[in-house]
Design a protein around this ligand. Sequence first.
Ligand SMILES: Nc1ncnc2c1ncn2[C@@H]1O[C@H](COP(=O)(O)OP(=O)(O)O)[C@@H](O)[C@H]1O
Ligand SMILES: [Mg+2]
Length: 303
Amino acid sequence: MSIQETISKHGGLEPGLIHARGLSIGYDRPLMEDLDFTIRRGEVFLVLGGSGTGKSTLLKTLFGRLAPIAGNVEVAGVGDPAELRGQRPRFGVSFQSGALFGSLTIAQNVALPLEEWTDLDPATIAGVVEGKLRLVGLDGAGDRLPSELSGGMQKRAGIARALALENDLLFLDEPSAGLDPVTAVELDELLLALNRSLGITLVVVTHELESIYRIGTRAILLDKNTRSIIADGDPRILRDENSDPRVRAFFHREPLGGTRRYTDSGEPEHGDSERPKPAPTQEPFTEAFKPIVKDDPFKGEYL
Ligand SMILES: Nc1ncnc2c1ncn2[C@@H]1O[C@H](COP(=O)(O)OP(=O)(O)O)[C@@H](O)[C@H]1O
Ligand SMILES: [Mg+2]
């Protein structure tokens, strides 16, 4: 459904697209407890926190991949996102690996959800695929295999596939992980364009400060020790005005305008940052993500 259709159907922008109420998430034990928040249509909503706090787990719970331990999630009026399993996906998901099938061309990858969930004929599907590839700046790359693309292009292809069914809600887990800074900026610009031009709501897990300020208008910060949200708001305002030492530690862990290397003076929690950052001149993604998909994380279900 386009944003225009959504607007007309609901008689205006919906105040809440995703509601989490008393939500506890985790596996054997809860990682986060009693979370309450609303994600509004058209927002770029960031999920922040140190490594291992449960950001990916929260995302999976929001889109119905994982059942809540307690409480509930409502997505676009559906009380239990798990009910959506086996139905045509209402939102797109782009996870860390990109999850492209290495043996299929980019165009074939993007066509998969259309083949699975629509009755469109091959020529129409090819047209839609071309449009999606153009949307993400991959015109002309449809015949290439994922391994023939740079890391940034692979991410774009994953986003094209996530948007193939015209969904206006997209979940992304660490979209710029493994990308060099220039490619990461370009990816952020694509995400912003999708949000601003098409009204696509983005729910993004990230820990990259540059990216947070570039794309985010609303962020929640998860805290491992208290298993709760310790900040909720515009990330720039949280950075400048929040006096909670844990919030300050997250937002001030590197000098503003500094390099991408993280200092040791920040919270030790940010384990993600211990991964070596690629040098700006490199485009090492293809190298780092060589086994593009061994196991399809979605078991053939394209969200
Ligand atoms: N499938 C799983 N089963 C059990 N524990 C898991 C599973 N996936 C992740 N975890 C654990 O849950 C915690 C949070 O993981 P995750 O949500 O991936 O954190 P983040 O994305 O914030 O780094 C980690 O301690 C991780 O080891
Ligand atoms: Mg994660």
